[in-house]
Design a protein around this ligand. Structure first.
Ligand SMILES: N[C@@H](CCC(=O)N[C@@H](CS)C(=O)NCC(=O)O)C(=O)O
Length: 248
């Protein structure tokens, strides 16, 4: 293990799209890190201690602990300025920061909508828990608790899922207007920025780009699949896949 690798730890859940956003930031900058996959629910003991928050990702960099994917992104920009993801032009920079925040909030709707589509939880639970050791059958015993917990924690009720669908469609429309319908373009200016990574990572679970943790997850019905297929064909869906192919 190199010294750099040893000093940087990403506390995460493998299938969290917010954790994916942070992995993308770190890898874009070529920063080595190790991951520590915390068990959902129990993670809070560690997250509270490290950064005083309930959510992951948290990045430990030397003796600094930074929680929240947006804060981590800004920290990395400040401390590792090579391969910048914020434009130098003040106006563009402001646009990037605003879009980053907007797509960050939309990640909540993507997550709620997707959980709201699940009819068969087995493949979701498998993807969520496969990295942990079975430990006396405890991992599998936790599944019903986790399914219930996820639904409560993320507000997965029919009414809120329907609202989230409207929100995510608005988000995809925003991507399409920024890129003027051309999937090869970036959201701001001519190069990859924090705005693109936020939008692409947080929408990625809908489009399951190859190699991402969501690629094998099923569990929804044919109607949802038809809706997703339609989104895939839109410029915003193509844009997410393009960002993964070209920039991830
Ligand atoms: N705004 C936060 C959101 C992170 C977030 O929602 N993480 C979820 C996983 S996708 C989490 O840790 N949930 C567990 C919990 O709330 O207990 C960020 O950008 O890091």
């Amino acid at each position: 293990m190199s010294e750099e690798h040893a000093m940087r730890t990403l506390y995460q859940f493998p299938i969290s799209h917010y954790c994916e956003k942070t992995r993308w930031h770190l890898e874009h900058k070529g920063l080595e890190y190790r991951v520590d996959n915390l068990f959902p629910g129990l993670h809070r003991f560690k997250s509270q201690r490290l950064a005083g928050i309930r959510t992951l990702p948290i990045l430990q960099d030397g003796d600094q602990s930074i929680g929240d994917s947006t804060q981590i992104a800004l920290y990395l920009e400040q401390h590792y300025p090579d391969k910048p993801l914020l434009p130098t032009d003040a106006k563009e920079r402001q646009q990037v920061l605003e879009l980053e925040e907007r797509f960050d909030r939309l990640g909540v709707h993507v997550r709620r909508w997707l959980y709201g589509q699940i009819k068969d939880w087995e493949s979701v639970m498998h993807a969520m828990l496969k990295v942990y050791r079975p430990l006396l059958g405890l991992r599998d015993l936790m599944k019903p608790v986790l399914i219930n917990g996820v639904q409560k924690l993320y507000g997965v009720t029919p009414q809120r899922v329907a609202q989230s669908q409207a929100e995510l469609l608005e988000g995809l429309a925003l991507i399409e207007s920024r890129i003027q319908g051309d999937p090869s373009r970036y959201l701001v200016g001519e190069q990859l920025s924090l705005a693109d990574i936020s939008a692409a990572a947080l929408f990625a679970p809908l489009f399951t780009p190859a190699g991402t943790p969501w690629a094998g997850i099923a569990g929804h019905d044919g109607k949802t699949q038809a809706f997703l297929d339609e989104l895939h064909a839109h410029p915003a869906g193509q844009w997410v896949l393009r960002r993964y192919a070209a920039d991830r």
